[in-house]
Write a protein of this length. Sequence first.
Length: 80
Amino acid sequence: MIIWGATGPVFRYSDTWQLIINTGTTIVTFLMVSLIQGAQNRGGAAIQAKLDELIRSGRAKNHFIGIEHLTDTEVEEFRK
């Protein structure tokens, strides 16, 4: 942030300065969204593995393991 603040006076707050700030902000936002999505995917995979293990060890039906890979129509068939 200090670098961005220092660029304003150098470029006299011109269109170039705005472009630099907007580009930098866009890049940081994209990286943060990617990081958050990666964390959510890892968390979802861990929860799915735990649920699969509970199904295997309990009296639940084993054919529900891997149901997240089915299409929406196939999932609706299971729900019925």
